[in-house]
Design a protein around this ligand. Sequence first.
Ligand code: NAG
Ligand code: NAG
Ligand code: NAG
Ligand code: NAG
Ligand code: NAG
Ligand code: NAG
Ligand code: NAG
Ligand code: NAG
Ligand code: NAG
Length: 814
Amino acid sequence: MIISKVMAQLLTGLVFLSDISRYSIAAGTLSPIQPLRDGQTLVSAKETFALGFFSPGRSKNRYVGIWYNKQPGDQTTTVVWVANRSSPLSSTNGSLELNGNGTLTINSMIFLPMPMVALTNPVAQLLDDGNFVIREANSSEFAWQSFDYPTDTLLSGMKLGWDLRTGLNRNLTSWRSKEDPSPGSYVLSFDLEGLPQITVWSGSTKKYRSRLWADVKFDDRQDMRRRYGLRFSFHNNKDEVYYMYNTTGTELVIRVILDQSGMFKKFVWIESTSMWNIFLNYPMNKCQEYSRCGPFGVCNINDWAICRCLQGFKPKSPQERPLMDASSGCDRLTALDCKNRSDGFMTVTLAALPETSNAIVYTNINQDECRARCFKNCSCTAYAAVNNIRNINGGGLGCVIWVTELIDLRMSPHPTENVFVRLAAADLASISNKSSKKSQTKSVVLIIILSMAALIIPLIYFYSWGKKKMIHKDIRGNGEFELAQLQWSTLMVATHNFATTSILGKGGFGLVYKGKLAEGHEIAVKRLSRKSTQGIDEFENEVTFIAKLQHRNLVRLLGYCIKGDEKILVYEYMPNGSLDAFLFGKEKGDHLDWQTRFHIIEGIARGLLYLHQDSRLRIIHRDLKASNILLDIEMNPKISDFGLARNFGDCETMIKTRKVVGTYGYMAPEYTLDGVFSMKSDVFSFGVLILEIISGQRNRILLSNPHLYLLGKAWSLWNEGKVLDLLDPLIGNSFSVTRVMRCINIGLLCVQEKPEDRPSIASVVVMLSNDDAPLPEPKEPGFKAIFSTKHDAVSNQNDLHTFNDITLTEQTGR
Ligand SMILES: *[C@@H]1O[C@H](CO)[C@@H](O)[C@H](O)[C@H]1NC(C)=O
Ligand SMILES: *[C@@H]1O[C@H](CO)[C@@H](O)[C@H](O)[C@H]1NC(C)=O
Ligand SMILES: *[C@@H]1O[C@H](CO)[C@@H](O)[C@H](O)[C@H]1NC(C)=O
Ligand SMILES: *[C@@H]1O[C@H](CO)[C@@H](O)[C@H](O)[C@H]1NC(C)=O
Ligand SMILES: *[C@@H]1O[C@H](CO)[C@@H](O)[C@H](O)[C@H]1NC(C)=O
Ligand SMILES: *[C@@H]1O[C@H](CO)[C@@H](O)[C@H](O)[C@H]1NC(C)=O
Ligand SMILES: *[C@@H]1O[C@H](CO)[C@@H](O)[C@H](O)[C@H]1NC(C)=O
Ligand SMILES: *[C@@H]1O[C@H](CO)[C@@H](O)[C@H](O)[C@H]1NC(C)=O
Ligand SMILES: *[C@@H]1O[C@H](CO)[C@@H](O)[C@H](O)[C@H]1NC(C)=O
């Protein structure tokens, strides 16, 4: 025993010794007596970052660099800093040394630039934030730090911008290519002219620009701050002007890079997938390209023309008139008449201020004085009062005055920046005439529409009433809708006499069978449970009514059959089955990447919108859940079982639950507790669905274990700022963090306790389809009440469990 232990120790020792050439220097310090050879790495105390020699991609050149150390596989794919990026070594005999006076050398050649003052007892250390510093051993002040010499990456705590005292300008320069870290074509730098802004240059051409700290879309800062406590900040005083973000105190690892194609990208490290996820990619659209529409041209990505002239301006080159999709820009309709003092100002609200590098900035001036200054100076073309600038001279209020053409004007759905543009009196007058005309036209159109509707709606009503008894014989119909009354015998053949092997599952109102018609058409046959007391006429009415609900996100009713007590509905067959199988069941994870999930969420929302609003009759589904969402061959979601609750469900299911139709876990508190149902209760179920789709977890209600309750979990993660932990690990890597967070936000809004707090499905559709739509902060989901209630059904855990697990798929043989 003892001997073998000793042997083992010896062996590990030997292994260790033979491997010594690849050892890592702990605590990340390098001292003058201890060079770092090619093959060794210097690792920061918490092993977050490592420094060593590397070759990017297939390149044979050796560089000294710093990379993120927690990434599995080839870590040099996330190099965050490169020393002397233009001067690589051609062989692996490199050695990094710290001189006695505190200067770093590679094979005796000095890194540039290095500390100006000689140190006496230097150490070099790689810190956990990725900063490589040189300091006196007995001091915490850095004599030199890699953070002052960024390459293409900005890390937390790194300053982007100027130290005005030393003239140090920290900018980002892209790599030449993935395999060549030497300076490439693009530079992102802090522009001090005019109102400070960040500009990306390609050589001497501006590619795009932003006031990062002011332009929400550029850095997602509001979302990130709210979720993670992430702080993006802009500092502007007489010594320093810089932009920075700070993740200290959060779990986040973020890196921001300017890539080889000049794109500005933000990545966040996702622990659960061990991968980097892009959460910002800028520019995202044509309008973010610099001066896309030329002087006085406004770029609006949501406009079919993209470029339009500001009001009071006309395209410079007439041939561009229809589209104006060019950068030559616009001219005034009427020349200014400054001497006569007749000019005025037009207010334009934009996504961002126009190019400010050529603007003049005055501090501590209010809006009225700003206007007066612009009015007085005949070269002034526009002014803007800016509240939150902290200018180089200090102060808060700012007045920005442009004396040139206005460049790089961008419009967005939620513009925030007011700019006052000088116009000739004539142009101002015609604009105000035009806008009043517009509103007149609008009300005229509205009146016409209303009066036409008053005439037409009764007509439609009588027309469809006359056709109510439409019954057709065939199900083949060439894409055109026809409701078929099928023969009992046809269905018997199609389902092999309702064989148990044909059962697809059990829906809310009876068993569902798969069937195949003689022509090969596949159908789903729902055999309604027999207890229904409805008469034949009523049933036909109901079926005709359901059949009229047609939307691409609703399962289509193809036909029906009545024989004696038997009432049967025939639906289109959905080859991919139901969503719950993909989320929780056998097919878990298959095909369900983020794009698909989002597509499904959007589709369900649209289907529900149709039921609630767009169909002629307002339908409340009452039992929206993952097993009621079917997927077609292209993974388009289709809501099933709609329209049934009104007439087919009530008696039977009410007996079972005493009070309610629906599924625990999806039911809104007001329904569970008081039996009150509204469209907002469907919204609640939809919110649960969103969270289930994102998390891949079922919303279970087990009184013994409230932690399994997904809404509770989502709510606490939301408040802890760790909402990404909710993500299904199977979701893959290609998702937008902002989108995901928006979706979770929307999900939480939908499951709020009070129905009146929940958005309507119409607002949900807007929120989902428009990334710019602002989202309210959700209140606590309505689940407390469920856990505190003594409601009969709820207190019976077993019952609940089965209830939760009734799905179309768990009983299928697929
Ligand atoms: C490293 O190798 C290169 C070529 O292989 C050689 O020119 C150079 O002198 C070597 N440097 C050191 C420090 O050994
Ligand atoms: C770093 O680059 C400078 C020129 O850019 C060069 O003079 C110096 O020798 C290089 N140092 C190393 C260690 O390659
Ligand atoms: C440190 O020593 C190197 C030579 O070993 C020299 O080139 C460099 O100028 C010295 N640095 C300072 C700050 O004195
Ligand atoms: C650090 O040590 C140097 C000499 O080794 C000494 O001159 C200096 O005062 C010390 N600084 C501090 C902060 O102790
Ligand atoms: C970052 O934030 C932490 C926590 O608020 C703070 O202690 C630290 O000084 C900040 N870092 C920088 C560089 O501002
Ligand atoms: C970027 O920084 C470097 C080093 O400070 C400087 O030489 C260069 O001019 C800067 N580029 C721009 C566009 O500001
Ligand atoms: C300026 O005012 C004068 C007198 O009011 C008028 O005659 C002249 O036409 C005006 N100029 C323009 C360009 O409107
Ligand atoms: C208008 O402002 C510009 C820019 O500050 C200045 O050069 C020009 O002299 C001013 N003109 C007048 C009439 O004040
Ligand atoms: C604006 O409308 C008023 C009356 O409606 C008219 O007198 C005036 O000429 C119009 N101005 C322009 C520039 O069309």
